[in-house]
Design a binder for this molecule. Sequence first.
Ligand SMILES: Cc1ncc(C[n+]2csc(CCOP(=O)(O)OP(=O)(O)O)c2C)c(N)n1
Ligand SMILES: [Mg+2]
Length: 355
Amino acid sequence: MPKKNSMPVKDRAAKAGIATGDEVLPVDRCLQIHRIMVRARIMEERMIKMSKSGEGFFWIGGPGEEAFNTCLGLQVKKGEGPKFDYLHLHYRNSATMLAMGMEPIDAIRQMAMTWTDPFSRGRNFPSHYSRKAWNVVPVSSVIEVQFAMAPGTAIMQKRHGDGVTVVVGGDAGSAEGDFTSCLLWSSRPGNELPVLVITMNNGWGISTPHCSQHSCEHSIERGKAFGIFGEVADGNDPVASWYVIERAFRYCRSTRRPYMVEALVSRLNGHSSSSGAVRSDEPDCITMFEDRLLAADMMTQNAIDKVHEESHEEIEAAVHQAVQELRPQPHDIERFTYAPSSVDAVYPEDYTGLP
Ligand SMILES: Cc1ncc(C[n+]2csc(CCOP(=O)(O)OP(=O)(O)O)c2C)c(N)n1
Ligand SMILES: [Mg+2]
């Protein structure tokens, strides 16, 4: 098991920051995380409005997952190819993408279904990201398939450098066989893989409560059958999340073996726009973090308000621009759908490749 931060108490006290237990997150890091969390939230809330006002058609996303997802994105070894981390995300990872450097307008373009959407050219749901330059493989609406694919990138990574495959999904999805396939493929004796298996447990699968389906409280308990270590994180707490993710990355990177994290998070706007996206009364990671920033004299209320105002301005400008951009045209329908392959030479004009 990876060790916890063992900084002596006197040094920890001298180091200004916000603490959860023994672990302290320094001021600069807290302010960076706070700003990304706020930008992500305001972006998602504006996208919900878009889904209700006709500027978009369907919304699904990550309000409530900002604390954990921001800390994840900031610690990814970002780049293209085998030497960097691979990300098999789910549809609530917008804060991860913002933390990695995504411009909000690109998420909004996908929401508005414009041709300028760099992830799907206006043809996929919002929060269905993909970015080759960052090893972000396309997010699937079919839940949990990413867990069957993740061992594939990890097999290749095991032979190149210290890259880690990160796979993220919800608690309900972990009931599917793909989740168990991932555990099995990641832990074959002598062929263990550097896979960081993350379950975002918001307690719900659309309208089905977690406790009505899972006899074990935490998905990481299932790792025991495969010899995989893991930790449960308070995913609403950026300090706890930061260090759980740091330990998990360090373990996978150095041992080239799998590790599991279950993050307990809130679901703040229901499942998707199909169920109304109405705000719930579950704990809000941003207001809780802001209370701690104020109590630690790290930010004043004015400084917090300024971060919100600046984020609102950034997002409004992005929406204003995105909704004026071109939408896909009928002749675009088959463009960028299939990658060129040797099959095309054998069966020109036939996308199925079948005789
Ligand atoms: C294979 C498959 N089965 C069912 C669905 C319908 N569906 C979409 S989201 C969802 C619930 C997922 O819950 P969870 O995995 O906990 O993720 P959350 O949405 O709570 O983040 C279901 C059943 C689907 N998209 N794909
Ligand atoms: Mg869930």
